[in-house]
Ligand binder design. Structure first.
Ligand code: HEM
Length: 392
């Protein structure tokens, strides 16, 4: 293709303006082209559903070796499941996801449902609360910390660590630089923690037991614990907060779920499609590749705009409408292909538990002005005041 037909933009994908409200910008880029050269970021963006999915399926060309948008972090991530391509990826992922398999998760369902139900019951009784601190953060913190068996002081740090772990994946802007020391604390703790620091009977202990039995190398224990905290906190928090916010903004959609709880899974798919916890994710182009008529040279860095693909009218009818009956199980928010989210079963358990408890215990609720937290990679609310609850 000739250079004069190349589509480019000087939008900074990681500016406050875009992170706060990406969808109008995504729509503009998407209508320009499925492939846009982002001059301010020195990367290429894939904007349309099919293009993104095809790229994520094509791991040999769109490699995971560099998923972060700064080189320092890509160095740190060398050798992790997230940044290793097949064939080595498969074995590493099997070890990482053993404790996240449907069989392992079945054992957790009752406990997670009970934790969510107790929290929602207490908050309904209280009548007003912050849905982010009291529910969207409180549940994943309790679930993940209990699962790993984290006790004492490190537990207090998990929320801070989880947020930093995503901020440092951005380009080297001030947010990334400030968060390196905090992300480093998580890395140091996860790689230094010993079996006896973790609660007896926890999954964290089980990981060390597996190493003692020679089933996995000892050095992978820290890596697994690190990835569970780094990948599993901020994303799940964002998704639960987004669910609570969307049901408040669309009470008629909440009514549909209350009247038919079999819609909970479909409703969560729609929350994830409509407001992905991670909008932008990285890949490294390993060889010259032509995408929809545009040549992306080998060595280029690509941003897959998951949140743009999820709102592509070529794939979803009326994509800017929030409709729980749509059931978009093929949304891009958990990624696609070999690296597709290893923790999605756990995220679903937590979100279903919260949505289920709300649907049982609440008829209607009113929220005040939500506040956003700006993170380079995760898009989440910081505060969501629930000002009035009408119990079911
Ligand atoms: C709603 C919540 C979540 C969202 C939206 C989400 C999103 C994603 C995405 C987009 C990827 C793909 C990365 C890529 O292709 O490079 C991914 C991978 C991953 N996720 Fe999640 N995630 C969530 C929850 C969790 C949880 C709870 C855990 C673990 C406890 C987890 C662990 C992982 C791991 C380990 C990978 C890497 C898998 C691999 O490289 O093979 N995630 N996630």
């Amino acid at each position: 293709m000739s250079v004069d037909t190349l589509v480019s933009s000087d939008l900074d994908l990681f500016s406050d303006e875009v992170l706060l409200d990406p969808y109008p910008h995504f729509a503009e880029l998407r209508e320009k082209s499925s492939v846009v050269r982002m001059d301010a970021n020195g990367i290429w963006a894939l904007t349309r559903y099919d293009t993104i999915r095809d790229a994520m399926a094509n791991w040999a060309v769109f490699s995971s070796n560099k998923i972060a948008f700064n080189d320092r972090m890509n160095e740190v991530l060398v050798g992790t499941t997230l940044t290793t391509d097949p064939p080595d990826h498969q074995k590493m992922r099997a070890v990482l996801s053993e404790n996240l398999s449907p069989r392992a998760l079945r054992r957790l369902k009752g406990e997670i449902d009970a934790k969510a139900d107790a929290k929602v019951a207490a908050l309904v009784e209280k009548g007003s609360f912050d849905a982010m601190d009291d529910l969207a953060r409180a549940l994943p913190l309790q679930v993940v910390a209990d699962l790993i068996g984290v006790q004492g002081e490190p537990r207090e740090n998990i929320l801070r660590w989880g947020e930093a772990a995503f901020n440092v994946l951005g380009p080297m802007n001030p947010r990334t630089a400030e968060n390196f020391p905090v992300a480093g604390e998580l890395f140091g703790w996860a790689h230094g923690v010993r079996a006896e620091d973790l609660t007896e009977g926890s999954m964290g202990r089980a990981i060390f037991d597996a190493a003692d039995r020679g089933e996995i190398p000892h050095e992978t224990c820290g890596m697994i614990i690190h990835q569970y905290v780094a990948a599993g906190m901020d994303t799940t928090i964002a998704s639960i907060g987004n669910a609570i916010a969307q049901f408040a903004a669309h009470p008629e959609q909440f009514d549909l779920v209350r009247q038919d709880p079999s819609l909970i899974s479909a409703a969560f798919n729609e929350v994830l499609r409509y407001e992905p916890p991670v909008n932008t994710w990285g890949r490294l182009v390993k060889e010259d590749v032509e995408v929809d008529g545009t040549l992306i040279p080998a060595g280029s860095r690509v941003a897959v705009l998951l949140g743009s693909g999820n709102r592509d009218p070529r794939h979803y009818e009326n994509p800017d409408a929030f409709q729980v009956r749509r059931n978009p199980a093929d949304h891009l928010s958990f990624g696609y292909g070999v690296h597709g989210c290893a923790g999605q079963g756990l995220a679903r358990l937590e979100a279903f538990a919260v949505i289920g408890a709300l649907a049982r215990r609440v008829r209607r609720y009113e929220v005040g002005q939500p506040e956003r937290v700006i993170n380079n990679m995760t898009r989440s609310l910081d505060k969501l005041p629930v000002v009035e609850v009408d119990p079911a």
